[in-house]
Write a protein that binds this ligand. Sequence first.
Ligand SMILES: C[S@@+](CC[C@H](N)C(=O)[O-])C[C@H]1O[C@@H](n2cnc3c(N)ncnc32)[C@H](O)[C@@H]1O
Length: 259
Amino acid sequence: MRSFLEKFPPSITALLLQVAAAALVLSAMRALELQLSPLSFALVCGLLAAFFSHLAGLARWWLLIQLCFAPALVLMLAFDIPPGIFLAAFLIMLVVYWSTFRTQVPLYLSSNKVWHALETLLPPQQAGKTFRFIDLGSGLGGVLTHLARIRPDGHYTGVESAPLPLLWSWLRCKPCRNCEVHWGSIWDERLEACNLAQYDVVFAYLSPVPMERLWRKARSEMRPGTVFISSTFAIPEQLAHQALEVDDLHHSTLLVWRM
Ligand SMILES: C[S@@+](CC[C@H](N)C(=O)[O-])C[C@H]1O[C@@H](n2cnc3c(N)ncnc32)[C@H](O)[C@@H]1O
């Protein structure tokens, strides 16, 4: 069972386990001819879903979500909130987070201090020479537009999969002649911008989940002498050549590999 569930992202596994818990509680109620109030039913479902999630090996913070999910649903229904509000909240989350349930890389932003630290990792300025920089998962385009302003001798590309951040960063990049963003997945081989061979500096601020895959992509595509930078998230078993600690709220660290 565990190996079957491992094929799915944690959010889908969590949902399947909620459904399984509800089905089991309903069958037990029918077999025992038992009546439960909606809140008691939800509490039992939550307990069972949390237990199943523990058995399925979901991270500990998922257990709390699983425990509270059905009771929270019942309590929210008691407030009689118009369904349109839930639809609107869902649509907003959808355009902001898009495929986060699958990629496990949500939107959170690099600090201004990270932007400034990145300036020091760009190739040195040389008359008549330009360089290319990519932000993989460029969010709202803050990294790109800041660097494009500070170092106009570079060309800056972003790839972003979520529609609202993409639109935001597109509007932000529009006035810059040396900055562009593309809509798509960083793994899409048909997207020319995702071929890392064309960049001198590749930057990523993602999550622990894609780092091993990203390292394989960087190793197979990046040219010798170019630079790969990961903000905060390490690559398993790959010691960085340089680690630049940034004194911001998240205590970000820029991990640098020279290819
Ligand atoms: C942690 S945010 C970083 C935003 C920005 N790079 C910064 O430093 O402020 C990660 C971004 O990557 C995007 N993302 C996640 N997986 C992606 C993928 N496979 N392809 C393109 N973008 C992705 C998310 O939508 C999110 O906006």
